[in-house]
Design a protein around this ligand. Structure first.
Ligand code: CTP
Ligand code: ZN
Length: 154
């Protein structure tokens, strides 16, 4: 492919989530609740060669900015993703997803006996022990969560 060609065309306004770990684009789509009922215009590229020689996925959502809890969820499953805010075809802002030291109500505990799963209302809360690969510790039962966390996202 020539350098001038793009696999997925540029967007005029919206958000490009780039450098997603290969295979995770569809999980990002799920986090953003994009489906036939939402009106978001979305382009997805998967297994695209990245400048570092590795593969990556890209998700482009037109006319939408992400909420901070959506960015936190993306950071949990794709810790190396970058968020690009596009305005009138230009990258207006670019930042790496970054997990805060604690996350509240973005992911549930995988321990069925945890108080956060048994007694309501208790907010799910985790301390971030490591960012990439992600390692979380439940503040209640001290359960450590790592690996593919997508099934536990709220
Ligand atoms: N992009 C887009 N529409 C635009 C501008 C940019 O879809 N109007 C996409 C690009 O295709 C790229 C991402 O947004 O996937 C970031 O754009 P840019 O910063 O120009 O690319 P790079 O410099 O390659 O980014 P990085 O250094 O983060 O890899
Ligand atoms: Zn727990």
């Amino acid at each position: 492919m020539s350098r001038k060609e793009l696999r997925v065309r540029k967007i005029k306004n919206g958000t490009v989530i780039d450098h997603i770990s290969p295979g995770y684009a569809l999980k990002v789509i799920k986090i953003l609740e994009i489906d036939e009922k939402s009106n978001d215009i979305v382009s997805i590229a998967m297994n695209v060669p990245s400048s570092d020689g590795e593969k990556k996925d890209i998700v482009k959502v037109e006319d939408r900015e992400l909420e901070s809890n959506e960015v936190d969820k993306i950071a949990l499953i794709a810790p190396n993703a970058t968020i690009n805010i596009i305005e009138d075809y230009e990258v207006k802002e670019k930042y790496d997803v970054e997990l805060p030291r604690k996350v509240k109500d973005v992911i549930k505990c995988s321990n069925n006996n945890c108080i956060s799963n048994t007694r309501e209302p208790v907010a799910y809360q985790f301390e971030i022990k490591q960012k990439s690969p992600v390692r979380l510790k439940c503040i209640y039962c001290k359960n450590i969560m790592e690996g593919d966390l997508s099934d536990y996202l709220l």
